[in-house]
Design a protein around this ligand. Structure first.
Ligand SMILES: NC(=O)c1ccc[n+]([C@@H]2O[C@H](COP(=O)([O-])OP(=O)(O)OC[C@H]3O[C@@H](n4cnc5c(N)ncnc54)[C@H](O)[C@@H]3O)[C@@H](O)[C@H]2O)c1
Length: 249
């Protein structure tokens, strides 16, 4: 028996990076099944195979979370395989950084579509079943950039939208024993940081009280906590997981 025995999970954008570490951790905690909803299906299939060569416990489903049609079709596949979803982790994400005076509307809309609407569409697929069964755990991946970050007006707004959405969905779902929380990571060593110039990276690391980047497993462990009954009295929260960066009072 593990913390997540008999639980079925969906993790979006889990072909690599933080999402991949989340899948690994949920499996270590004995989740019965995990579906990877991912735009890059080759990546997702490789990850699924790495963790479960049989395909019984981990499935890869092609899905651009910014498309409501693709999200709906992907969840039909997941429900056909697992029957239900107990845990949803909205993790898929991109950046399109630019100073606001150079940012295009397309850059803003794309980031909002992937982060906010991707989270919205996925929640719409699982909430009805969770309400019927009076059980559910939703974990949305935000960012400390929601508090403001130069070059990320679009991303900061999208992550702030996710945090407000998290609080409201938590309020609406509390009586149905569904918890909805967010995690705001600081800088975690994944490919998403590749576009950040080296000098900016050095400054960011120097400004982090723990003086290092986080490891994806250090987000996955918090997801595991929020996805388990160990956190049964926590809902509507955004947990900052950042090595001390951007503490809130
Ligand atoms: N790495 C960090 O420093 C950091 C900090 C704060 C928050 N985050 C957030 O963590 C989450 C994961 O980021 P990461 O660092 O692992 O990035 P990553 O680039 O390593 O992985 C992101 C994954 O999401 C997938 N993806 C992108 N757009 C998608 C879409 N429309 N539909 C489905 N899948 C899509 C990509 O194919 C990729 O596999 C994101 O929401 C990101 O905003 C990351």
């Amino acid at each position: 028996m593990g913390k997540l025995t008999n639980k079925y999970a969906v993790v979006t954008g889990a072909g690599k990076g933080i999402g991949k570490a989340i899948v690994k951790r949920l499996l270590e905690d004995d989740a019965a099944g995990v579906a990877i909803l991912e735009m890059d299906i080759a990546l997702a299939e490789a990850t699924a195979k790495e963790f479960d060569p049989t395909g019984d416990r981990v499935i890869a489903v092609k899905c651009n979370v910014a498309s409501q049609e693709e999200v709906h079709a992907a969840f039909e596949t997941v429900f056909a395989k697992f029957g239900r979803v107990d845990i949803l982790v909205n993790n898929a994400g991109i950046t399109r950084d630019a100073m606001f005076h150079k940012m295009t509307v397309d850059q803003a809309k794309l980031v909002m579509d992937v982060h906010f609407f991707g989270t919205f569409y996925c929640c719409q697929e699982v909430i009805p079943g969770m309400r019927d069964r009076a059980y559910g755990k939703i974990v949305n991946i935000s960012s400390v950039s929601a508090l403001g970050n130069i070059g990320q007006a679009n991303y900061s707004a999208a992550k702030s939208a996710i945090e407000g959405f998290t609080r409201t969905l938590a309020l609406e779902s509390a009586r149905k024993n569904i918890t909805v929380n967010a995690i705001a990571p600081g800088m975690i060593a994944t490919d998403i940081l590749n576009t950040i110039p080296e000098n900016v990276m050095k400054e960011k690391i120097a400004s982090c009280p723990m003086q290092r980047l986080g490891d994806p497993s250090e987000i996955a462990s918090v997801v595991s906590f929020l996805a388990s009954d160990d956190s049964s009295w926590i809902t509507g929260n955004t947990l900052i997981v950042s090595g001390g960066m951007k503490m809130k009072p």
